[in-house]
Design a binder for this molecule. Structure first.
Ligand SMILES: [Zn+2]
Length: 257
């Protein structure tokens, strides 16, 4: 149910970005297609305003993002409206690479409002202390059960299902670690930052790595959970991003586990 809600909201946001011109074109296309399929010639224009965007929520732009490719692991910088959220921080010493991604987005450390750590493993939390020192205004977030194992110079805010950070949806995805979380930008076509709940291999989505996963049945449940949301792109701690109908791949994967 939740996934449908989010999917519908993303759809409305898409319309919002396109504006009225697209809505009018859409009406024309709909009329033509109805003519062909049903033979009916009357499609009342008055049926359109039901999907027309009318709230500010419809104007939310999708994030632009940069992958901080650290070799065997990646962190991500998500930007929207001149502000950034960093998701994962790589191993210790990754702050220069993260800064380069901020620069690529025309942003600096002072623009970082949020640092989300998907889970406690060192290749994801290693540079959190350095990042928080460099980004004085940033709040740190992680899943409740992983927080005691994450080193941080400031308090870490516990987040889970039902929470949003920077208009990003937090999804609890335990299994790889007990407090693992994933991050979804539902705006536009959708972007999922999956941490280590999923991995990329040869252009495809695979599940959590059994070698480093504490509870595989729970991790498999989390894969199925992620398959219930809608996003075109998924990015991972390990592996190349998958772009194009990504959530369908995850749903298929989940059904196979
Ligand atoms: Zn991990």
């Amino acid at each position: 149910m939740k996934s449908r809600e989010i999917s519908r909201r993303a759809f409305v946001r898409d319309l919002g970005r396109g504006g009225l011109a697209v809505a009018v074109l859409g009406l024309t296309a709909l009329s033509c297609s109805d003519d062909e399929s049903s033979g009916e010639t009357t499609v009342a224009p008055t049926s359109q305003p039901a999907v027309a965007p009318s709230t500010t929520e419809g104007l939310l732009a999708p994030v632009t993002w940069e992958r901080v490719n650290l070799g065997f692991v990646s962190a991500y910088v998500l930007a929207r409206g001149g502000e950034a959220a960093i998701v994962d921080t790589g191993v210790a010493g990754s702050e220069a690479a993260i800064e380069a991604s901020l620069t690529a987005l025309n942003l600096g450390w002072n623009d970082v409002g949020h640092v989300i750590v998907t889970h406690l493993h060192n290749d994801h939390q290693g540079s959190l202390p350095a990042v928080l020192d460099l980004a004085p205004d940033a709040t740190a977030y992680a899943g409740q059960e992983d927080i005691p194992e994450i080193q941080s110079p400031r308090r870490i805010t516990a987040v889970g299902d039902g929470d949003t950070v920077f208009d990003l949806t937090i999804i609890e995805t335990p299994g790889h670690t007990p407090g693992h979380i994933s991050v979804l930008d539902p705006a536009g076509t959708g972007l999922l930052v999956a941490g280590d709940a999923l991995n990329g291999r040869d252009g495809e989505v695979i599940g959590a790595n059994p070698q480093f996963t504490s509870d595989i049945p729970t991790a498999d449940d989390s894969v199925r959970r992620l398959g219930q949301f809608t996003y075109d792109t998924v990015v991972f701690g390990h592996g190349e991003p998958v772009v194009g109908l990504a959530s369908q791949q995850v749903a298929t994967l989940g059904a196979s586990l």
